[in-house]
Design a protein around this ligand. Sequence first.
Ligand SMILES: NC(=O)c1ccc[n+]([C@@H]2O[C@H](COP(=O)([O-])OP(=O)(O)OC[C@H]3O[C@@H](n4cnc5c(N)ncnc54)[C@H](OP(=O)(O)O)[C@@H]3O)[C@@H](O)[C@H]2O)c1
Length: 379
Amino acid sequence: MSRKTLNIGLFGFGCVGLGLYEVLQKTPALKASIKNICVKDREKERAIGKENFTFDKNDILDDESINVVVELIDDADAAFEIVSAALRKGKAVVSANKKMIAEHFAELLELQKEYNVPLLYEAACCASMPIIRNLEEYYDNDLLESIEGIVNGSTNYILTKTFEEDLSYDEALLQAQEKGFAESNPILDTGGFDAKYKLTILLAHAFGHVAKPKDIFNIGIDNIGELELKYAKEKKLKIKLVAQAYKQNDGSISAYVIPKFITPDDRLYNVDDVFNGVITKTSFADTHFFVGRGAGSLPTASAVLSDISALSYDYRYEYKKIYREEDTNLSNETLVKVLLRHKKADSEALKDYFENVEESYSNNDLGYITGTISLNSLI
Ligand SMILES: NC(=O)c1ccc[n+]([C@@H]2O[C@H](COP(=O)([O-])OP(=O)(O)OC[C@H]3O[C@@H](n4cnc5c(N)ncnc54)[C@H](OP(=O)(O)O)[C@@H]3O)[C@@H](O)[C@H]2O)c1
């Protein structure tokens, strides 16, 4: 199959944009070159000459010789304007912007259909780890039972550093930012929002369900306290921020993001630092385990590069599971195992919410309950 020549208009030249520039220099076999780069800050020092840049998005959007727009900016609203304008102009698009894609999934689906152009976004989910194309191409809808994993590199890095190296939370966050792992707005990572955006996208490709991020429950790592850390250490557990979605017996899907205690026999236990790990469970194959770098300049750029390469042979997501027209709905009628920290006085009232209490402890002012609670009660 002969490959198309790709003229790229690149938006963003930060951690991932620069990474893409570098990997493209090293892959001359791919007939793809960057024709223009749009950035925001006129004063910033750049790694390459000024003549490569524009500050006007229309210099790329109106350039008919540019057939691919690669969107790698850190502003989801501006990104949606750029990506939707590019699709309307018939340009193929590659993006890594999970917030933008998750919040506008249905509109982006329509735009791809109406203008008959592809939008690819492998890097938006687990950076370098190819999970979207696997979900899209390999797993048939009715075979896939669940998907569960660590999908946010910077919180995994922070948890690893605070837990194993006794770094303070602020020091670990700063390191994650310096290494280019963190979002510009850190609450997106630490509050579990970034993981939720990714789960929204994974849900569409795993089960054909298009959800709004606001309908998926998320708790981040920012409320993990000394008590939980001590509890985990004493019991030789690790704490990981886990995104999960599974089919229930009535056909509904439960999906949420929550910090979990992980036992040493769980495959997620050794997924540390900036790595992501995802376990899929199917009816016949049992489980598969994917692992790879979940953030960083070159690893993320490698997934963007793979999408660009896929465009050169006209690959696009077919969204077969979405168009299969099976009714899917999200349900919070499911049970989750939790440790709930509480003020001593609240202990008895909280126990009423539990389906099953395993352990209950309190000292003079604080306490915790472990056991099973319905997701609805937790929310
Ligand atoms: N970093 C990672 O490991 C990683 C992993 C997976 C996905 N992602 C996603 O990749 C995207 C880029 O992340 P990043 O880490 O590379 O961000 P970054 O280092 O903060 O760089 C952001 C870039 O966007 C540019 N920009 C912002 N608003 C713009 C606008 N309106 N028009 C043109 N350019 C604009 C900035 O321009 P200036 O240079 O002029 O400031 C900068 O070059 C985000 O969506 C992020 O979620 C990142």
